[in-house]
Ligand binder design. Structure first.
Ligand code: ADP
Ligand code: MG
Length: 365
């Protein structure tokens, strides 16, 4: 039976011929692995092009999950026009698996750079560029009434790590079409990134993704997970109380515009949370030409001195200017449509994330 909000009509041909006839699996390490999927690098024999093959088990915990996979394919099809959503090349099916042949994001998960030490970690200017791309992709999904529902650093990949490439959003296994949702009884997600409305059995919407983006950007900028507690219970308490202290040291290293941006997303009331389109207009991502020197000064907190070029090292500016002071007006009530998430319907299967640098992936299911 279809779960609420899933789309299962697909246009992509599901090939039944052997995958190995057309692709050669690359020797060596897997590209990644989730609970029900293994992702391996492969080469298309005819073209020599590299791809990522995602092998998805059709039966999970004794249940037939083919529809979940069709839903993932349908969302990938819908998002084909957006460059920041991973491309779907072909689909194969065996008796036990469906194989998605995806564009290969060779730079791996942004997760790795989120937890990297100093020199290897993202600089704020990098996060600004990548955040725009993530928001562009998510705004596209939201315009098409699709919610991702599992945005986190493990599901945002890079086309190349060094030099830092562009982002690709992956893993649409939990995505839902808003207009098709009546009620969600089975929410999957990752404890640190779930929005308060999910925990409170309240309607979820596109704003639910925006909360996760707030957490994601915070992790990209600071390397720290803002709501992480010693166990899931504490993490959930931190989330529902929006227990975040912006005067903590971790926020000293980032610009006040970045903090303002995060504040616009980590808002308990989903209707008061910034939308993806609004975020794209935020001054953090769109420095006013006149405020460029000020912005550079603020960004300098997170840039190595020797990385700033001559032109970037502009003269001194005052710490605050009226045009950068308050962004209250930037926040509007998005008025998102809703659905119900059932807290009682999901459980948490793995221990909580350890603190940096060993944050690892986990799932609610
Ligand atoms: P799951 O639903 O099991 O989490 P994902 O789609 O997130 O599956 O894939 C698991 C991991 O595999 C990702 O976190 C990433 O590390 C890697 N991966 C997935 N898709 C690609 C891709 N297109 N290119 C490179 N690596 C990928
Ligand atoms: Mg994943």
């Amino acid at each position: 039976m279809n779960k609420s909000g899933m789309v299962t009509e697909i246009r992509t041909q599901i090939r039944k011929e052997p995958f190995a006839g057309k692709y050669e699996l690359a020797a060596g390490k897997e590209l990644g692995r989730g609970k029900f999927a293994v992702v391996k690098k492969c080469t298309e024999k005819a073209t020599g092009k590299p791809y990522a093959a995602k092998f998805l088990r059709k039966r999970r915990k004794g249940a037939d999950c083919r529809m979940d996979i069709l839903n993932e394919i349908a969302v990938l099809e819908l998002a084909k026009a957006n460059p920041y959503v991973v491309g779907l090349h072909e689909v194969y099916e065996t008796s036990s698996e469906i194989i998605l042949v995806l564009e290969c994001a060779a730079g791996g998960e942004i997760f790795d750079q989120c937890v990297a030490e100093d020199d290897e970690a993202f600089k704020e200017k990098d996060v600004i560029r990548l955040a725009k791309q993530i928001l562009n992709g998510v705004a596209f999904l939201h315009r098409n009434n699709v919610v991702h529902l599992d945005l986190k650093p493990q599901n945002i990949l890079l086309t190349s790590a060094r030099p830092l490439g562009d982002i690709r959003i992956v893993d649409f296994g939990l995505s839902r079409r808003m207009e098709k949702i009546t009620e969600v009884r089975e929410i999957l997600g990752t404890p640190e990134y779930v929005a308060p409305e999910i925990l409170n059995y309240e309607p979820i919407s596109t704003a639910t993704d925006m909360w996760s983006i707030g957490v994601l950007i915070c992790v990209m900028l600071t390397g720290e997970s803002p709501f992480l507690g010693d166990d899931n219970q504490k993490t959930f308490l931190n989330i529902s109380q929006v227990n975040i202290d912006y005067s903590e040291d971790m926020f000293d290293r980032i610009s006040s515009l970045a903090v303002d941006f995060i504040k616009s997303l980590l808002v308990k009331n989903p209707r008061k949370r910034a939308t993806a389109e609004e975020c794209l207009k935020h001054p953090w991502l769109n420095p006013h030409p006149l405020s460029q020197p000020l912005l550079q000064k603020m960004l300098a907190f997170s840039l190595d001195d020797n990385e700033m070029s001559q032109s970037e090292s502009e003269p001194e500016s005052p710490a605050h200017s009226p045009e950068l002071g308050s962004f209250e007006s930037f926040l509007m009530c998005p008025g998102q449509g809703g659905l119900k998430a059932g807290l009682g319907a999901f459980s948490f299967s793995e221990p909580p994330f350890p603190t940096r640098p060993e944050i690892k992936q986990e799932l609610i299911c």
